[in-house]
Design a protein around this ligand. Structure first.
Ligand code: F6R
Length: 607
């Protein structure tokens, strides 16, 4: 996610802004820039690392004691110098940095263009600078307020202007924003680590609030202009803890970010009635109606997300859907028809095997849709259609929030394809939309029960092997739970369909062997319970992931990790979370390097 930095005081702003941006580097970015006001606002920005920006500033430093800065993680438009922030209106008098997404930016841009505006970037952010300039009538705060009223989406935006050179005006709508209070100087940042070495006193800005920042301090208001009294928060964390948002590891932070990730992945894409809007998906209803099948290809956790997609597409679209490991598919000489859609899933968009498998699609005359988290990644460049997951940079090697976003992407695709094929009626569309919109709250609920995963972790920490079972969607979740556990705890684990146990693996179930059963699919509940009984009869230790209202499982399970009752179709999104937490806590108890597990890389760019 993008980083934001701001400074107003008596020191030169440039070096402070660059220093703050560097401290936000861990969030990931692909370009950086600053703007400083010294009577005239000047901007320097560059694609790539902050070192590129620093090289520009060494040749041509920006003089002035008030400024804003930004590290960009591309969402609209490739990572280029032109798309880097800050963005100015054509007069250069109003300059903006922005995090998040302006959903209706295309309509605003069209309207501004019709009135003669010219744009120097492809970003949604640039329209903000144009709007603030247009709405300015002697009061910057009022102009920003009017701008916000015209914009839909989730974002944080920060504005400076030559007309009112003593202040920074900022707004928070979901994307984070904090104010650091110094002596005769004030800082603004998207995240505490940017300025923690300069101050420990912060004002945390909440959603739908506006803040007017000067060297003397900050005034917080609601977006409507009502005053807000905000207590100062004193932060005791050290710098490393602060980067992790106070969590011990990035993995745990990312697990806890999942409610926000789901909300951001859904943002502007799903109406209450189930209508889906996908900005980079170009195919039309006629193409969808003619489809004869879907192929999904990916590796690792992304492949497990694909298993969920396969089941959803089969169930909801009644469309033959194959999911294949990319490293298998690329050498399998598959029979893919021109009326079959290839979906390649990759967080990084750089996994060598996934890229190779995805490239099979054009050879067969079929379209390739990429589900990826990285704008401008190689996979996105190969793709005919793209679904960007908006999970933000994932730093932990073990993938969690990116996986959840991949699931959300596939639910939305299923609704989009199903509407055009007539297999999703309005009742189902509304049901799924309702469930997805409520999912961030449901995941918060699951996260609040982290102690259940801790209790299970304490029981299995010394086990030699752990087995994961489930049926249908639960089997796909079992696969992901097992991978999470093995990759960071180094404990051997294996997942299988519950019905497969008796065909061999049951021989390994003896006294106390842990078997984790995922039990969210009501249609096959009794069948899965039969497998549970087989395990129990051999002394195995049953650990379950089950709905709140499932009392039956208490007869068999020693420990249960609960999720709220919900639609079975959507349950995988919630059911994976206790398993992520379980893997995390087992690894923690075993004392491993959780964010950098041995022998693994975040992006596997070699075959
Ligand atoms: C597991 C994990 C890996 C990746 C796999 C594919 O936690 O992170 O299994 O999922 O290497 O990576 P992407 O999604 O970048 O193609």
């Amino acid at each position: 996610m993008c980083g934001i930095m701001g400074y107003v005081g008596s020191q030169q702003a440039g070096p402070i802004l660059v220093d703050g941006l560097k401290r936000l580097e861990y969030r990931g970015y692909d370009s950086a820039g600053i703007a400083v006001n010294n009577g005239t606002i000047r901007v320097q920005k560059a694609e790539g690392k902050i070192a590129n920006l620093q090289a520009l500033l060494e040749k041509d430093a920006l003089d002035g004691c008030i400024g804003i800065g930004h590290t960009r993680w591309a969402t609209h438009g490739a990572p280029t110098d032109a798309n880097a922030h800050p963005h100015a209106d054509p007069s250069g008098e109003f300059v903006v940095v922005h995090n998040g997404i302006i959903e209706n930016f295309q309509a605003i841009r069209d309207e501004l263009a019709a009135a003669g505006a010219e744009f120097s970037s492809e970003t949604d952010s640039e329209v903000l600078a144009h709007l603030v300039a247009r709405e300015y009538d002697g009061d910057l705060v009022a102009a920003v307020r009017k701008t916000v009223a015209l914009c839909e989406g989730a974002y944080a935006m920060v504005v400076i202007s030559q007309r009112e050179p003593e202040k920074i005006v900022a707004v928070r709508k979901i994307s984070p924003l904090v104010i650091g209070l110094g002596e005769g100087e004030t800082y603004l940042a998207s995240d505490i680590p940017a300025v923690l070495h300069r101050t420990r006193d912060f004002l945390i800005i909440e959603d739908d609030e506006m803040v007017i920042v000067t060297a003397e301090g900050a005034r917080v208001e609601t977006i409507e202009g009502d005053p807000v009294v905000r207590e100062v928060t004193h932060i005791d964390w050290d710098a490393e803890q602060a980067e992790k948002g106070g969590y011990d590891h990035f993995m745990l932070k990312e697990i806890h970010e999942q409610p926000t990730v789901i909300a951001e992945t859904l943002q502007g894409r799903l109406d209450e009635d189930g209508t889906v809007w996908l900005e980079d998906v170009e195919f039309d209803d006629e193409y969808i109606a003619d489809l004869t099948g879907v192929w999904i290809t990916a590796c690792g956790t992304a492949y497990h997300a694909g298993l969920i997609g396969q089941e959803i597409f089969r169930r909801v679209l009644r469309l033959p859907t194959n999911v294949e490991y990319a490293h298998e598919l690329r050498y399998a000489d598959p029979i893919i028809g021109p009326r079959e859609l290839m979906i390649a899933i990759s967080q990084s968009g750089e996994t060598a095997d996934t890229l190779a498998a995805a490239r099979i699609a054009p050879d067969h005359g079929s379209r390739m849709l990429a589900i990826t988290n990285v704008v401008g990644s190689t996979l996105s460049r190969y793709a005919d259609d793209i679904f960007y997951t908006r999970a933000g940079p994932e730093i932990s090697v073990a993938s969690t929030k990116a996986y959840i976003a991949m699931l959300i992407a596939q639910y939305l695709l299923a609704l989009r394809l199903g509407a055009a094929r007539g297999t999703v009626d309005s009742e189902l569309a509304q049901r799924v939309a309702h469930g997805l919109h409520r999912m961030p709250g449901a995941i918060e609920e699951v996260l609040s029960r982290e102690h259940e995963a801790v209790a299970v972790a304490e029981r299995i920490v010394d086990a030699d092997d752990v087995y994961f079972i489930g049926r249908g969607l639960d089997y796909a979740i079992a696969m992901e739970g097992s991978l999470k556990l093995k990759e960071i705890s180094y404990l051997h684990s294996e997942a299988m369909p519950a019905g497969e146990l008796k065909h061999g693996t049951l021989a390994l179930i003896t006294d106390g062997v842990p078997v984790v059963v995922v039990l969210t699919q009501r249609a096959v509940y009794d069948k899965t319970i039969s497998a549970v009984q087989e395990v129990k009869a051999r002394g195995g230790m049953i650990i379950a992931v089950a709905y709140d209202t499932d009392t039956e499982i208490e007869k068999y399970a020693e420990l249960v990790m609960r999720i709220p009752d919900m639609d079975d179709l959507l349950a995988p999104v919630a059911a994976v979370v206790p398993l992520q937490l379980l893997a995390y806590h087992v690894a923690r108890l075993r004392g491993h390097d959780i964010d950098q597990p041995r022998n693994l890389a975040k992006s596997v760019t070699v075959e």
